[in-house]
Each structure stands twice: as structure tokens, then as C-alpha cells.
Design a protein around this ligand. Structure first.
Ligand SMILES: Cc1ncc(COP(=O)(O)O)c(C=O)c1O
Length: 492
């Protein structure tokens, strides 16, 4: 394969997604994957994987042990809960990171998605330092970068005329739901089963696996999820039925969806799905909310809405919005709706209240503005997307050659590698859900073991099943990664 050419100034950016996957074929292969016995790392090879952690990761192990005394479970970020213990990282740059024991890894976690430019990009870091030197991270008053970032987001995203910055994707989803209810004066929120929209009370519902409802809603009163509903992915008839029923009992304020499909496209949508949901929203007077926390800017400056050419009423942003710096969250959307988010203390106008001491601080805004400018200048989404294509094609060839049932697919820089199929189990009704509960635990263990094997071969993935590529992933990085993946798959 020839090296990937650098982006050329003046030429239109390459699209982030070169081709939408063949969805019907994918679902057929998902079905085949979960219907056959698991293909984990062989029992006689597992000790070899675990030896890596014993022999090469003692510094991480010691820190993880220390952490357990003061941090529940020993680590705070959900994505760092890796088997057999979380790695302690000291350096991250571009496509690589290094742990406290000096081991170097190819970084396909990319902090869970925000660092489209690769980790710790020098241009962004320098601009952040300039602002820190002049006014520190926060003043509580207006800063020029707050306006510049908002202007850039509004210019880039087709459905965003105004924007309000918040603390995280979770906060922004929470605010968007409140805003939709305030605007429509209706109460129901319909989400797609399996989608993750953060951890607010009303959206820990139907998480990860469709039709699981309140399965993870521990500590959340029934009333908090009482007006949340879920529909199975791609099921437009079910969505219509819910919209019809809701019309008789308070109306639907919004349909909330991840535009690629739940869990960043783990169960991909049919290419026309978003447009048809848009039509249903219009027919029933519900707002359409795109949760673009993952897809915003990672799929190009216009996000998934530009790719699908579907304009949501509201857009939730996070992650790439601040280029990996703290406080990544925003609600954007139609001006008439957004005006209900007007700020200030105790106004007399009717509004949906949101706030946050550190929201829209200069540090987040300068980081976001320059990260997005740099992404635009370099065509980062397209470059990362081609890296995703190259990785997917290479993995496909290895999987095929070794006769494994695994399924790999990508939407640009978001690559899904399904080996255990735990997120693809059929939970479409309560009986199926009960039946797969035990199997889900076993398949989850397999996914964790695969994650550990990748790590022991110098590859950091997201929970052993997802990969984010970045601008820093040259052909050489991807080819190096493919050799490492092949070494892991030979242990199966
Ligand atoms: C689609 C989606 N929405 C919302 C969130 C929540 O964002 P945050 O972690 O910033 O609260 C996430 C986080 O992974 C996400 O993937």
C-alpha cells in the first residue's frame, strides 16, 4: 500500500467516511457471530498474555493498588477500568503513549474520542499556554475565544445557528432534553435502545443493549426515567407507534439519537434512517436531537448531520469540541429554540435554566477553537478516516486469512472490532434478554481478555472493541498496528 498523501492546502477536504458499510450484510454477520461459540484467546496462550503485566507493568500495578485505598475500584474513568489493572500513563503524543514503566503503545483510545489531531497537539498546547499566561483558565466573564469558538461551530454545523457551552456531553444532553420540553411543552423523550447519552438520571435507560430499560438505573427513582422511552435501532414502525401513542398522553418533546446508530454506530443505522426519523419528528411536532458528542467534528466540520444531509433541531456536542481539553459540552440548534437558553440571574422571561461555574471558560474555548481550526486546516477527519479504512481493510484480511468469525467495520475514524459480540446479543424482548444475561457476562470477559491481549502487544483500544484513529495515524503506524493485531489473533 502506498503512503497516505498529506492534505493539500486549497483542495476540498476528503470526506471522513469513504463509504457507508453494507448494513444488511453487517447484521447478518453479527447474527452469525453471536450464534456460534466464542473464539477467545486460547487457554494455553492466556498465561503468556498475563505474563506481560507481571513482568513489564509493575509500576502501573503498584499505582493501581495504591489507588484502590482512596478511589472506588481504583480508577475513576470508566474507560480505564481495564483488565487486569489500569495502566498509568506518563506521556502521550500524537499516535502513541508511554506508561510509567516505559512501555510504548499505539493509542487507539485517543482519550475516548476527543483528540482527533492525536494526543497533546503542539499548536493547540501553545495557544492554551498563551491564554493561561494572560488570564488563567477562568474569569467568569466574557472572553473573545468564547465568541470565536461559537462562531466557528455555527459556521460549520448545518443545524447550529446558536450555541451554548456546558461542562460535558452529559450536561449538554440533559440541557437539550430540558430545552426540548420547554420549547414544545411536551413531555416524552424517545431514544434509541443501546445508545449512550451520558449518565443523567433520565437517560440511564436502555443503555448499551437495546430493550434493557432501567437495568442500570440503580439509585435513580422511577419518576426520573418515567418519561423516557426507547425504540429498537432502525425500527421506524415502533417509533411511529410510540409517537402516535404519546400524542394522546402529553406528546413527544424530542427524539434523541446518535446519528451513526447506538454506541457510536455499534449497531449501524440504515443510510436513510435519520432522514426518515426527521420526517416522523416533523409529522408529530417533536424536536429531533442529534447527539454528536462522538461524531461532531470527528466526521468532518459539519458532523454527521452534514454527512447524512439531515438537519436536526438541536445538536449536542462534546469531546472534539475542546480538542481533548476539559469541559467539552455544548447545545447548538435553531435560533428560535436556543433563545430559551438565555443566560443571566433571575430573568422574567420563560426559559430552560442551565448553568455551570466553569462553563465556557477561556481555557476550553481557546483549546476548542484552535483544535477545530487545525482540524479544518489539515482535513483531519478525512486523514483519520483513511487511516480507519486502512486499518479496517487490514484487519478484515487478517480475520479472513485466519478463518475467524470476528466482524470489523468503520465509519471513517471510528472502527468497530467485534470479537465477542457482547454488544450485539439479541435483547429485542424480555425473554431473549433473560436468556442472554449469563452469556453476556461470558462474552464480556472475553472482550476484556482480548483488550488485555491487545495491550500486551502494544495496542490500546477502547474496551477491547473500538478504535479511534487520528490525524497522527500514518500508514506506518497503521501497518505496525496490523502486525500486532495479527500476533494477537494467532493466539486464538
Ligand atoms: C454519544 C455520547 N453522548 C454523550 C456522552 C457523554 O459525554 P461526557 O462523557 O462528556 O459526559 C458520550 C460519552 O462518551 C457519548 O459517547
Amino acid at each position: 500500500m502506498s503512503p497516505c498523501p498529506p492534505p493539500v492546502a486549497g483542495l476540498p477536504a476528503r470526506p471522513a467516511i469513504s463509504a457507508w458499510p453494507d448494513v444488511a450484510e453487517l447484521y447478518r454477520r453479527f447474527d452469525a457471530l453471536v450464534k456460534q461459540p466464542m473464539r477467545p484467546i486460547r487457554a494455553d496462550k492466556l498465561p503468556q498474555v498475563m505474563r506481560y503485566f507481571d513482568e513489564r507493568c509493575q509500576g502501573s500495578r503498584r499505582l493501581a493498588e495504591r489507588a484502590k485505598a482512596v478511589i472506588p475500584g481504583g480508577v475513576q474513568h470508566n474507560l480505564a477500568f481495564n483488565h487486569p489493572f489500569p495502566l498509568a500513563i506518563t506521556q502521550a503524543e500524537g499516535a502513541h503513549m508511554t506508561d510509567v514503566d516505559g512501555n510504548r503503545y499505539i493509542d487507539f483510545l485517543q482519550a475516548g474520542g476527543p483528540t482527533l489531531l492525536g494526543s497533546n497537539h503542539p499548536v493547540v498546547r501553545q495557544k492554551v499556554n498563551e491564554v493561561l499566561d494572560s488570564c488563567g483558565p477562568v474569569t467568569g466573564l466574557l472572553h473573545e475565544y468564547e465568541v470565536k469558538l461559537a462562531e466557528l461551530v455555527c459556521q460549520s454545523m448545518p443545524g447550529v445557528e446558536m450555541v451554548r457551552l456546558l461542562g460535558s456531553g452529559t450536561e449538554a444532553v440533559m440541557g437539550a432534553v430540558r430545552l426540548a420540553r420547554a420549547y414544545t411543552r411536551k413531555k416524552w423523550i424517545i431514544k434509541v435502545g443501546g445508545a449512550y447519552h451520558g449518565w443523567s438520571d433520565q437517560l440511564v435507560y436502555g443503555m448499551r443493549l437495546p430493550s434493557t430499560g432501567r437495568m442500570e438505573a440503580v439509585g435513580i427513582p422511577r419518576g426520573a426515567t418515567g418519561n423516557t422511552q426507547e425504540c429498537h435501532p432502525n425500527d421506524l414502525d415502533a417509533l411511529r407507534r410510540k409517537l402516535q401513542l404519546n400524542r394522546l398522553r402529553g406528546g413527544t418533546a424530542a427524539v434523541l439519537l446518535e446519528p451513526l446508530g447506538p454506541e457510536s454506530g455499534t449497531r449501524p443505522v440504515h443510510p436513510d434512517y435519520n432522514r426518515q426519523v426527521r420526517q416522523l419528528c416533523d409529522e408529530f411536532g417533536a424536536l429531533m436531537i442529534f447527539d454528536e458528542v462522538v461524531t461532531g467534528f470527528r466526521l468532518g466540520m459539519g458532523g454527521a448531520q452534514a454527512y447524512f444531509n439531515v438537519k436536526p433541531d438541536l445538536t449536542v456536542l462534546g469531546k472534539c469540541l475542546t480538542g481533548g481539553y476539559p469541559m467539552a459540552g455544548a447545545i447548538g440548534g435553531r435560533k428560535d429554540v436556543m433563545m430559551l437558553l438565555v443566560g443571566g440571574i433571575g430573568t422574567t422571561t420563560r426559559r430552560a435554566f442551565v448553568g455551570g461555574t466553569l462553563s465556557a471558560n477561556p481555557l476550553s474555548c481557546v483549546a476548542g477553537y484552535h483544535a477545530l481550526l487545525e482540524a479544518q486546516r489539515t482535513g483531519a477527519a478525512g486523514v483519520a478516516g483513511r487511516a480507519g479504512d486502512r486499518l479496517r481493510q487490514g484487519l478484515e484480511a487478517i480475520i479472513h486469512r485466519l478463518g475467524l468469525p470476528y466482524v470489523v467495520y468503520n465509519m471513517g475514524s471510528i472502527v468497530h472490532l467485534q470479537t465477542s459480540g457482547v454488544l450485539l446479543l439479541d435483547t429485542s424482548n424480555i425473554f431473549k434478554l433473560l436468556r442472554v444475561k449469563n452469556e453476556a457476562t461470558q462474552r464480556k470477559h472475553m472482550m476484556e481478555a482480548m483488550g488485555a491481549a491487545y495491550t500486551a502487544h502494544g495496542l490500546i483500544t477502547l474496551a477491547g472493541s473500538r478504535i479511534y484513529t487520528s490525524l497522527a495515524d500514518t500508514d506506518a503506524v497503521i501497518d505496525d498496528a496490523l502486525n500486532r493485531f495479527e500476533d494477537v489473533f494467532k493466539l486464538v
